[in-house]
Design a protein around this ligand. Structure first.
Ligand code: FES
Length: 554
């Protein structure tokens, strides 16, 4: 605590404001009709001095960006965070200001409401500053990110999505950072959560359900009875279902379909990984919204273009696939077959799994096929508004494969063997652009240019980035990809989220496949030019649709 006698009250005319030193603190002191008031001189926005601004009534205006604060209690009335106010007493006609030291706990108590306001208003700057302050006050990245998830999960339309997955990935990546630097992954998480929830009111929870049963839950999901499915799941949580059981319900539900282009499985993986970090006691605040996502997801496997592949998949012996013990690795021939296929070669893949490759071996093949496809993708086509195909159609295979692997490891069985086959189908489908055009295989070439991997990515030098990744130690490359993805200046949240998601999946898949290919492909992807805003392509698609009445070509 620091106290200073600032002299006679007569030296503070009404309507005046001046700087004072109280201990080590620089304090603004203003006298108004309501009394003498003291507050931090440093503006909570960027630290400029408030006493150089103006005082009108009880309102002080920071002249730098026009934020306004009520001097009586520090409330910000135009702008974002409040400014700290301090105790003033008049003792024998003298002005005495006391600045109390606040414990970390007291500072956190003050900062949480401010962070929540930042989330509600989608103010990235406020979230970043409050996250940095909270970290300094001893809050953990998990606690901060959870505030964002708890705010966003009930609000985001049609259930949780990329904002939650991105938050899970950013929280995992926060472990690569220390001290104040953790603000970067934490803020990337919060920004996506706030943006996607902005403008939505929280969903109301459905009324209670009969005794929960797995069969009842699955039936409700399949029949798209949203309220029943959510209520059954909530009741299961309330009845004390273990994390493994909840996870199984969700994995089983998403593995019945190629759900929402694979997002169903990816989001289940990320929501469970998030709970692994923040604690499964939070399950009731997150997972019912995951059920909403599953219920409303597109069953892509029912669409006409998937029918031949789904007929082939129906012949696969999923039980035998799930029971197979891994004994061999693909010598590259199955990967080549997958890359060349037009429809899912389900019999060949199932036969390989049962013959000793195992389900994880199949997922290795899928991940490496996706990496190879990414490495030969002609990224100059990325900015062509006349095509709807892009990087993300391929990169998604890698993240889906990683989700299927996660599901298989935690919940092995015929259902997750099927999920692996869905991932293989996506690897086949990601070749549709190649099949329409001549493909030029790209081999990363070391350019000899100085610099590091992060620099090459941020400078948009794809071939350098791929070459650096090929040369580096896998752990270092994985960390560099994560840093580059988090520093990415992408124009839209969805592109930044995919960069993060892919960096995380690539590191995991490189470890599992024991191959640098996923890292090299991701380095090239992160450095390549990408479509960042989708307004022009959406407008073009709308023009074509309204003009012809026909859907666009996949
Ligand atoms: S520094 Fe005060 S409003 Fe920006």
């Amino acid at each position: 605590m620091a106290t200073a006698n600032l002299g006679s009250l007569d030296d503070f005319p009404v309507g005046s404001m001046r700087l004072a030193k109280v201990g080590d603190h620089r304090i603004g002191v203003a006298r108004t009709d309501t009394g003498v008031h003291a507050f931090d001189n440093a503006c909570p926005h960027q630290g400029y001095g408030l006493v150089t601004g103006s005082l009108v009534g009880d309102l002080v205006t920071c002249q730098w960006h026009n934020w306004k604060f009520c001097v009586t209690d520090g409330t910000c009335v135009v702008g974002e965070e409040n400014v700290a106010s301090h105790e003033v007493s008049i003792d024998g006609g003298e002005v005495v200001v006391t600045v109390r030291d606040r414990s970390d706990e007291e500072r956190r108590e003050q900062l949480w409401p401010s962070l929540r306001r930042g989330l509600a208003n989608n103010y990235v700057g406020q979230m970043a500053r409050d996250a940095a302050r909270l970290l300094r006050a001893g809050a953990s990245p998990a606690e901060i990110v959870w505030e964002g998830v708890a705010h966003s999960a009930p609000r985001v339309d049609y259930g949780v999505g990329h904002e939650m997955a991105n938050a899970a990935d950013c929280l995992a990546l926060a472990e690569l950072f220390e001290g104040d630097e953790r603000t970067l992954p934490v803020t990337q998480a919060m920004a996506g959560l706030a943006e996607e929830a902005f403008g939505f009111e929280p969903r109301t929870a459905p009324a209670g359900a009969p005794a929960p049963s797995f069969a009842g839950f699955v039936a409700a999901v399949e029949e798209e009875r949203h309220d029943d499915a959510v209520a059954l799941f909530v009741t299961a949580i309330e009845n004390g279902a273990e994390p493994g059981e909840l996870r199984h319900w969700l994995i089983d539900a998403v593995s019945r379909h190629h759900l929402d282009y694979g997002h169903g499985a990816i989001f289940v993986q990320k929501s469970c990984e998030l709970l692994d970090r923040v604690g499964w006691s939070h399950a009731a605040e997150l997972l019912p919204h995951m059920v909403t996502t599953i219920v409303y997801g597109t069953r892509e496997d029912t669409l006409p273009y998937m029918r031949p592949s789904m007929r082939a998949l129906a012949t696969a012996d999923l039980d035998a696939m799930a029971a197979a013990s891994p004994a061999t690795r693909d010598d590259g021939s199955l990967r080549s077959a997958l890359l060349a296929a037009h429809d899912l070669p389900a019999a060949e893949l199932a036969g390989a799994v049962i013959g000793g490759l195992g389900v994880e071996g199949l997922l290795d093949v899928v991940s490496l096929a996706a990496s190879e496809r990414l490495l030969r993708y002609d990224y100059t086509a990325e900015l062509d508004p006349s095509t709807t195909f892009g990087w993300l159609d391929i990169s998604h295979v890698l993240t889906y494969s990683n989700a299927a692997r996660w599901a298989w490891r935690l919940d092995p069985g015929p259902h997750t063997a099927r999920l692996a086959l869905f991932a293989a189908w996506l690897a086949v489908d990601s070749g549709r652009q190649e099949r329409r055009h001549d493909v030029v295989a790209v081999t990363p070439v070391v350019s000899g240019r100085p610099g590091d991997l992060v620099r090459a990515i941020l400078d948009r030098r794809p071939d350098d980035a791929a070459a650096f990744a090929a040369d580096g130690d896998a752990t270092d490359v994985g960390a560099a990809l994560a840093r580059a993805a988090l520093t990415d200046q992408s124009g839209s949240f969805i592109v930044a989220a995919h960069a993060v998601k892919m960096a995380v999946a690539a590191a995991a898949e490189a470890r599992c496949t024991d191959s640098p290919l996923p890292l090299i492909a991701t380095a090239r992807f992160l450095a390549a030019p990408r479509q960042e805003r989708f307004v022009a392509s959406a407008a073009q698609e709308a023009i074509d649709f309204v003009r012809t009445g026909q859907p666009s070509r996949r």
